[in-house]
Design a protein around this ligand. Structure first.
Ligand SMILES: *[C@@H]1O[C@H](CO)[C@@H](O)[C@H](O)[C@H]1NC(C)=O
Ligand SMILES: *[C@@H]1O[C@H](CO)[C@@H](O)[C@H](O)[C@H]1NC(C)=O
Ligand SMILES: *[C@@H]1O[C@H](CO)[C@@H](O)[C@H](O)[C@H]1NC(C)=O
Ligand SMILES: *[C@@H]1O[C@H](CO)[C@@H](O)[C@H](O)[C@H]1NC(C)=O
Ligand SMILES: *[C@@H]1O[C@H](CO)[C@@H](O)[C@H](O)[C@H]1NC(C)=O
Ligand SMILES: *[C@@H]1O[C@H](CO)[C@@H](O)[C@H](O)[C@H]1NC(C)=O
Ligand SMILES: *[C@@H]1O[C@H](CO)[C@@H](O)[C@H](O)[C@H]1NC(C)=O
Ligand SMILES: *[C@@H]1O[C@H](CO)[C@@H](O)[C@H](O)[C@H]1NC(C)=O
Ligand SMILES: *[C@@H]1O[C@H](CO)[C@@H](O)[C@H](O)[C@H]1NC(C)=O
Length: 799
């Protein structure tokens, strides 16, 4: 006990609160009352996680709010989870008392009762006030969990009354009936089924049995809370008691700018591209800051237009205004109809229009409220300004967005005409190649420069995080029609079969029917939402899903050029090291395009960046767990796109192992999978290393073993290491098909970096492998790569 006191004394000192020793107790009986703020008494839960008492307000230390907060929990230190008199802090003279009839009262110096709940409910059955381990303050029949303020704590026994409303600490936002997030009277987020409770596992149970899970669902040793924050977003926080870290594991609103009330009237809310949690307000062109509005950032027209005066429109790409009753939704024939509808209305401030041919047209009447910029809107807003206005719109990008998606043509050698490729043909191809290379290299540098420019631009505009307002839910019938009754299979994977289809809006899609997915609709929905939120140039875009009649279907963008393995491994036979490669025309149905070194390097870099994005830049860590050439699709111009990411979470680890074993992808699996060690992002790093080595060698790592190397303990990475760094014969590991095109001067640096990086990725011990972000930098050449160690022998011989 004295140790505890010392500890709390230490913390008290640290935090500069009144230095007097606080007196802590597990439960307060009648003799402990009246309880005054000046007494410095604390009610502490048995597990030492929560404390309750009079907490000085931050603005004035002489005023107190009766609250419950996290006690000695570093990441949450003193975070208040419940309070009674937040709006009327009390002074020294007040106290918490037990009245004559046993009723608990908080009286201020004038004797007024400040407890918000009705006194009849607090008829005690015993006279002790206790704080349970869950953070529930109990007095007889009464418990604080029935009256949450801005936070819901996990509790398996108390539902909290459904229908109660949470309110953010600053009072601006409400979670009304635990169903919809509301600012003033306008709702900006809602769910069909009200939240009932947060379970300790991180699952939220909702009405009608629906559920929602946090990204760390089921993990032990976590302290979770669901809080309506002052920025209007509803989040689940999870504090890891082992790692001593707090993180957000679920949030309601993905784009902070869609929270109403972030900015005032006539403003546009913008996301900070790299961190969508940070937003700021700006005035649209033709508008300036309204300096007489001191409460919020609002704007006013520079030149107000007069009734029947001449007006024109400024196009603001990706901007959306809303405001409920101020909007008129129309379906019109074309743009000019929408425009004239607005012109005809003297109160029309502008209109939103979509260029998708569907005639989406929304007139904004009287008010321009809750404006925000997001590529997810897929619409442009036409702002009505006076005809004399000279400002021009700098909200552009609807056209340049298309340019950011890998549109650089890199010329590829024509596939050889004859199926019987001869040495002569290869020579010809290589000669062509050399010619291509001269222009190719120039092109490639052009591309790199352009890419970097677009990347930076994309970052500024947040395009890499481009949120599309959640995935679309398709019906089974829609998908059946889109794929002509699943008649055009284009792939077969461990997660399920893939069919090509076309949506009614003519988008070509790949429809993946998942097999053996565990969990209910809620979990699936949660997972799909997370997957759909990931946007990266090098990730296959998820457009929607279907969860109907036990079906679990994902709808992806269609990537035309198929998967990397088809280009890399031309022959099912193992190549021998001293003969020309025979290309087998029957092995695949795609044209035999040989990927040159520059393209291979670009593929490696793209894949590394996408995995790094998954691991490091996404809110929830997403491990891919199944990186291999089959899951790397090639888009136009061979821009790589990773597929199947995020799906691993729908499966159990044991399933993953047996599944991968069956499919023979064991060669890509990190040692820890088979040792049943914990799986970390470093498992993906290992798989990527194997892919990198295959990009260089053009041969399946395990094919080589089986066919021409006899030794039992032969291990591809080790062999490659010896060749590259001991025998100094890098050329021995290069892809035989384009070895001839390897120009030491042009390619040595690229290939050397790929090989060295692969060696680092393939280290046996996960902690020795670099993070994926580092791997991308190693490939880029922005960090120095120190000489790798030899990958140690790890290989399980057949079972
Ligand atoms: C936990 O984190 C806090 C602050 O982040 C730090 O002061 C404390 O030393 C950490 N404790 C442990 C055991 O890591
Ligand atoms: C109060 O306590 C008595 C005796 O312990 C018990 O019989 C009674 O059911 C309790 N009342 C309530 C409302 O819990
Ligand atoms: C909590 O709610 C569920 C579902 O509405 C109900 O089955 C259960 O009995 C409730 N538990 C308590 C303690 O009220
Ligand atoms: C909870 O909500 C359900 C459905 O709206 C309602 O039937 C039930 O009475 C509510 N329970 C409480 C305790 O308010
Ligand atoms: C500017 O702000 C003030 C204070 O909120 C408001 O009364 C006024 O109408 C605003 N002006 C315009 C042009 O919107
Ligand atoms: C737009 O639609 C209207 C009504 O159908 C038609 O009269 C007009 O010519 C169309 N304008 C353009 C530019 O297509
Ligand atoms: C604009 O915002 C409103 C309200 O949030 C929303 O209903 C509407 O779909 C949005 N429009 C577009 C084009 O995204
Ligand atoms: C448009 O210009 C204004 C004023 O220079 C600036 O504040 C705003 O950020 C610009 N908007 C965009 C999308 O670049
Ligand atoms: C790429 O090639 C296609 C067809 O060959 C052509 O239409 C397009 O303009 C080219 N793009 C660039 C940027 O050269």
């Amino acid at each position: 006990m004295s140790l505890l006191l010392l500890f709390s004394f230490f913390f008290t000192l640290l935090l500069n609160t009144p230095p007097s020793l606080s007196q802590q107790a597990r439960s307060f009986t009648i003799s402990d009352f009246p309880w005054r703020p000046t007494q410095n008494k604390l009610l502490v839960s048995e597990n030492n996680v929560f404390a309750a008492g009079f907490k000085p307000t931050t603005s004035s230390p002489k005023r107190y709010v009766f609250s419950i907060w996290y006690h000695n929990i570093p990441g949450n230190y003193q975070t208040v989870v419940w309070s009674t008199n937040k709006n009327s802090p009390v002074t020294d003279g007040s106290s918490l008392v037990i009245g004559d009839n046993g009723v608990l009262r908080l009286i201020d110096s004038s004797g007024r009762n400040l407890l918000p709940w009705s006194s009849t409910e607090i008829k005690p059955n015993s006279t002790s006030l206790t704080l349970e381990d869950s953070g529930n303050l109990v007095y007889g029949d009464w418990q604080s969990f029935k009256y949450p303020t801005d936070t819901i704590l996990p509790n398996p026994t108390v539902n909290g009354s459904n229908g109660t409303t949470l309110q953010s600490k600053n009072g601006k936002f409400m979670f009304v009936d635990r169903k919809s997030l509301v600012f003033g009277s306008s709702s900006y987020w809602s769910t069909d089924n009200a939240f009932i409770m947060l379970e300790p596992t991180g699952m939220v149970t909702k009405e009608t049995g629906a559920t929602l899970v946090s990204s760390d669902f089921g993990e032990q040793n976590k302290l979770r809370r669901l809080t309506l924050d002052d920025d209007g977003n509803l989040r689940i926080y999870s504090f890891d008691r082992v790692a001593n870290e707090s993180s957000v594991v679920w949030l309601a609103v993905q784009e902070m700018c869609t929270v109403h009330g972030a900015c005032g009237d006539n403003t546009i809310c913008m996301d900070d591209g790299s961190n969508s949690d940070i937003s700021y307000c700006i005035c649209p062109p033709g508008f300036k800051r309204n300096s007489s509005d001191r409460e919020s950032y609002s704007c006013e027209m520079k030149t107000p237009w007069k009734n029947h005066g001449k007006t024109k429109f400024l196009r603001l790409d990706y901007v959306n205004f809303s405001g409920g009753s101020d909007q008129t939704d129309l379906i019109v024939e074309n743009f000019s109809v929408c425009q004239s509808r607005c012109l005809a209305n003297q109160n029309c401030k502008g209109f939103g229009f979509k260029y998708d041919g569907k005639g989406y047209c929304v007139l904004q009447i009287d008010r321009l409220a809750f404006g925000y910029w997001s590529p997810g809107t897929e619409a442009a807003f036409f702002l009505r300004v006076d005809d004399s206005e000279t400002d021009e719109s700098n909200f552009t990008g609807m056209t340049s967005l298309l340019e950011t998606t890998c549109d650089v043509n890199i010329s590829l050698p024509e596939p050889p005409d004859e199926s019987n490729t001869t040495v002569r043909n290869i020579v010809i191809v290589c000669t062509l190649f050399a010619a291509e290379l001269i222009s190719g290299v120039v092109f490639f540098w052009g591309f790199l420069k352009k890419y970097i420019k677009y990347r930076d631009m994309a970052r500024t505009f947040g395009l890499e995080f481009l949120p599309a307002g959640g995935p679309k839910r398709f019906t089974y019938a829609e998908l059946k029609a889109a794929t002509s009754d699943f008649s055009n299979p284009i792939g077969r994977g461990g997660f399920g079969d893939v069919y090509k289809g076309e949506l009614t809006d003519h988008r070509v899609v790949a429809v993946k029917c998942l097999k053996k997915v565990t969990g209910g609709d809620g979990e699936f929905w949660a997972e799909v939402t997370i997957i759909a939120r990931m946007h990266h140039l090098n990730l296959v875009r998820l457009w929607g899903f279907c969860a109907e009649k036990g079906q679990r279907i994902l709808v992806y963008e269609y990537v035309p050029n198929g998967s990397l393995d088809k280009y890399l491994f031309h022959s099912s036979q193992a190549p021998s090291l001293d003969k020309q490669v025979e290309i087998d025309p029957r092995s695949t149905d795609v044209p035999k395009t040989i990927l040159d070194w520059n393209i291979r390097y670009r593929i490696a870099l793209g894949v590394a960046r996408a995995i790094a994005y998954l691991h490091e830049e996404c809110l929830e860590w997403v491990l891919h767990c199944d990186i291999k050439p089959e899951n790397i699709l090639l888009g136009d111009d061979f821009c790589p796109k990773i597929s199947d990411f995020g799906l691993a979470k729908l499966r159990k680890k044991e399933d993953m192992v047996s599944m991968s074993m069956l499919r023979g992808t064991r060669g890509y699996m990190a040692p820890e999978w088979l040792k049943m060690d914990p799986i970390t992002p470093k498992a993906d790093v290992y798989s990527f290393g194997m892919v990198l080595l295959e990009l260089v060698s053009g041969v399946r790592s395990f094919d080589m073993q089986g066919s021409f190397i006899e030794s039992e303990d032969w291990y591809f990475p080790r062999w490659a290491f010896d060749k590259a760094f001991k025998e100094m014969k890098v050329e021995d590991i290069l892809d035989q098909q384009i070895k001839h095109c390897f120009d030491n001067r042009l390619h040595f640096d690229l290939v050397d970096r790929m090989v060295k990086t692969a060696m680092w990725c393939l280290q046996d011990r996960p902690e020795v492998r670099p993070s994926m972000g580092k791997v991308a930098k190693m490939l880029e050449g922005t960090v120095e790569i120190i000489e790798p160690k030899k990958p140690t022998i790890f290989y399980l011989t057949d079972e």
